[in-house]
Design a protein around this ligand. Structure first.
Ligand code: G
Ligand code: G
Ligand code: MN
Ligand code: NA
Length: 252
């Protein structure tokens, strides 16, 4: 319970921080970014989401946490739009958050409040959002895609992946899980999976992001697909959003 109480307090005390990690094309140019939340704890320093997102999921704090991340992201998107810049930002949405009754309204309200462009907001969901009723999930996603918001399937290839979801769900993008990405240059089996995922994505006209690009070898392997975006420590660590975007605006 200690962490739960601390997190409850942190939400009120503005201790959460929005970090961004670049998604680049094969030449290293920024094309998009992923928002990753951090907790700036008064005594424990910067706490990574793996240490508190699962706790938030279990104790009903995922709603306020998710709302905070959406607000913070839409605020940055609004600032970018007013500066005449377009940089799509992807936000992780956990299944519990996606299935909350007012999720669609929450997203649309946050976009409007900050003057953010819906097409620049990418919602990353895992295959775990499909619990039983696929049609209900599709309907909920369509309520957002019809407004311009985009969906991405995170950690694709892990879990109980069903290729049929790629056709049924109104998604825009697939993120290839980093376990396949990292093994692909040296392991024929992983390479086969990566190449199959990219081939399917091309035929379905889905964008692809390769996650966990850590070495020049990983980057070189994926450079044969110039349109596949790369995300990982090689191209950039997650950094505080405000600093990243100020630098990005200055370079544009
Ligand atoms: O940054 P890091 O590798 O520690 O992230 C660990 C996990 O936390 C990842 O699975 C990531 O998707 C998740 N995560 C990061 N930020 C958020 C967020 O804002 N909301 C949710 N639901 N999950 C997040
Ligand atoms: O589950 P999700 O894909 O949202 O998780 C993203 C997490 O992956 C973030 O916590 C981020 O810190 C982490 N990450 C980003 N780039 C790399 C990388 O190159 N290698 C590894 N191992 N993790 C990464
Ligand atoms: Mn993600
Ligand atoms: Na992922």
């Amino acid at each position: 319970f200690a962490i739960e109480q601390a997190l409850r307090r942190a939400l009120g005390a503005q201790e959460l921080r929005l970090y961004l990690q670049p998604q680049t094309d094969a030449t290293g140019r920024w094309r998009a970014a992923e928002a990753l939340v951090r907790w700036q704890h008064p005594t424990q320093g910067l706490v990574p989401p793996a240490a508190f997102v699962p706790v938030a999921e279990d104790c009903d704090l995922i709603a306020p946490l998710g709302a905070w991340v959406l607000e913070a992201t839409c605020a940055e998107l609004g600032r970018l739009a007013r500066a005449g810049c377009r940089l799509p930002i992807a936000v992780n949405v956990s299944p519990r958050q996606f299935h909350r009754p007012h999720f669609v309204d929450e997203v649309l309200t946050a976009l409007r409040r900050h003057g953010a462009e819906p097409a620049d907001l990418v919602l990353e969901v895992t295959e775990g959002v499909v619990v039983d009723d696929v049609d209900a999930v599709v309907e909920r996603m369509r309520a957002l895609t019809s407004e311009g918001v985009r969906f991405s399937i995170d950690d694709f290839g892990t879990g109980y992946s069903s290729l049929s979801y790629l056709r049924r769900l109104p998604i825009h993008e697939i993120k290839i899980d980093r376990s396949f990405v990292q093994d692909a240059p040296r392991d024929a089996g992983s390479a086969a999976l990566v190449e199959a995922i990219i081939a399917v994505a091309e035929r379905l006209r889905l964008r692809v992001v390769a996650e966990g690009v850590e070495t020049p070898e990983h980057a070189a392997y994926f450079a044969r697909w110039p349109h596949v975006l790369q995300q990982g420590y090689l191209h950039g660590l997650p950094e505080p959003a405000a600093a990243v975007l100020a630098r990005w605006l200055a370079d544009e």
